[in-house]
Design a protein around this ligand. Structure first.
Ligand SMILES: NC(=O)c1ccc[n+]([C@@H]2O[C@H](COP(=O)([O-])OP(=O)(O)OC[C@H]3O[C@@H](n4cnc5c(N)ncnc54)[C@H](OP(=O)(O)O)[C@@H]3O)[C@@H](O)[C@H]2O)c1
Length: 432
């Protein structure tokens, strides 16, 4: 029997602190952890929670600190540095693992390289239980449910009120910069394979439910990798709103930073220093208050022209990530057996059997582990009516070659018919 149900590692960071504060409202069996005694002890004292201090340098130390815990929630990033030591320790001592990574190399490690070891250890591993993955992943699963033969999936998000965007935290900025060095960083799922592309290699128009119509351009997110595990759809593109006048300068910046990171690795530490000096204030509670995000997706079968679009609106990414991570931990504590206990019944294909109450050992995307209804555990989340459409053959051809201009013409050519597939407004009521 575990001494603690949940250990939150990296509690002294921005997302760690938000999550710890939320966890303290429902203390249960939670222990805080991190590498800096001063920071961890100060927070734990303030929140009146127990704590442990250990770095990730010594495997025996990590084992000793997580052995008697049921679930580790890792919030210390960049995860390229923290996930490998923690997941190897989780495998050794049979402790379940969650994180809020956004890094493709980390998803690749957990879904591909370590998946058999994770199953054999009898543990459950669910990376990306934050804003990056949960809303887009559940939307992808819902869209795929309505068009099981879909050949293409497009995903995007935008701030509902474009005049109130929220800046990335210093930690998220450093993580993004560090991923630019990864040669696989800028890849899209094309014909089932992760294929290197350039930023903005596709653009299209998207009608967000409250942000309105916007031009969006391809930028790499983890969903190109992970929505394939969720849906099996072979072509996946991920978009964010773009200002056409900025595209050329943004492309040059990406090119320059990537070249420097690849050919001169210490440049990463210089960038981190610059972030610390010039960009040290993470979003405050006042900055975050009332900020909402539209998440949009479209699945289509380009052989038949059939498609479906759906969208949801939810809270800003940091509040969302802290809620979703704790909800994921709560589900895992309730629905996974103690690590190692059921290693014979494994989740062979990273899919928990639908309707099954227990989560079997394996690596999962959030919607595969918990079902797409997981989104309704997040407070103030609204799912909008899904719309079925039929594309004309010309629009379908344009969309499949991904012409920059394809979308506006394909959207214009779409004959859409509104079909209510899911009740139009559903509010989340979970852990607030
Ligand atoms: N998926 C999502 O929705 C989502 C949302 C928010 C953030 N994130 C990700 O979460 C990560 C943290 O973001 P943040 O804004 O909280 O960053 P932050 O404020 O810089 O905090 C980083 C935390 O990680 C710890 N840490 C970093 N490297 C470590 C290492 N090698 N060993 C042990 N601990 C280490 C830091 O410990 P010290 O304080 O001791 O330095 C600190 O607690 C980033 O990777 C970000 O991209 C994801």
């Amino acid at each position: 029997m575990s001494a603690f149900q949940l250990l939150i590692y990296g509690c002294s960071g921005y997302i760690g602190r938000l999550t710890a504060e939320r966890a303290a409202l429902h203390p249960g069996s939670v222990v805080l952890a991190g590498r800096s005694r001063k920071k961890v002890a100060a927070l734990a004292d303030k929140l009146d929670l127990p704590y442990r201090v250990f770095s990730l340098d010594n495997p025996e130390d990590i084992d000793a600190n997580i052995r008697d815990v049921k679930v580790v929630l890792n919030l210390a990033g960049p995860f390229a540095f923290t996930t490998p030591p923690l997941i190897h320790s989780c495998i050794r001592v049979q402790t379940h693992y969650l994180d809020v990574t956004t890094e493709p190399s980390v998803f690749h490690l957990l879904f591909e390289t370590l998946s058999p070891a994770i199953r054999n250890a009898g543990i459950v591993c669910i990376p990306g239980v934050g804003f990056e993955l949960v809303p887009t992943d559940v939307l992808a699963a819902m869209l795929h449910h309505h068009i099981p033969t879909a050949t293409h999936l497009d995903l995007s998000f935008a701030f509902s009120d474009q005049s109130r965007p929220l800046a990335a935290s210093p930690g998220a900025t450093k993580t993004y910069l560090s991923t630019l060095a990864d040669p696989q960083h800028c890849s899209a799922r094309i014909d089932g394979r992760m294929t290197p592309v350039r930023h903005f290699y596709k653009t299209r128009r998207v009608a967000f439910p409250t942000a309105g119509s916007a031009l969006v351009g391809f930028v790499p997110w983890a969903d190109s990798l992970t929505a394939y595990y969720t849906t099996g759809i072979p072509n996946i593109d991920t978009f964010v709103p773009v200002d056409p006048s900025m595209v050329r300068s943004a492309l040059w910046s990406f090119f320059l930073v990537r070249a420097l990171l690849r050919h001169f690795p210490p440049f990463q530490w210089l960038l981190f220093l610059l972030v610390d000096i010039f960009y040290s204030r993470p979003p405050s509670d006042a900055d975050r208050k009332g900020v909402r995000i539209d998440v949009w997706g479209e699945a289509r079968d380009e052989r038949t022209g059939e498609g479906v679009r759906g969208s949801l609106q939810t809270m800003e990414g940091y509040g969302f990530a802290s809620c979703a991570a704790l909800e994921a931990a709560r589900e895992l504590i309730e629905r996974a057996d103690e690590g190692g206990a059921v290693s014979s019944a494994t989740g062979e294909e990273n899919e928990n059997r639908s309707g099954e109450d227990r989560i079997r050992p394996g690596t999962y995307t959030p919607s595969r582990a918990f079902s797409p209804n997981f989104i309704f555990t997040i407070p103030n989340t609204t799912l909008y009516t899904f719309i079925r459409f039929k594309m004309s053959p010309a629009a379908s051809r344009l969309a499949s070659v991904g012409l920059a201009s394809s979308s506006s013409s394909s959207i214009a050519a779409v004959k859409s018919k509104s079909t209510t597939l899911i009740p139009p407004v559903i509010q989340g009521t979970g852990w607030s």
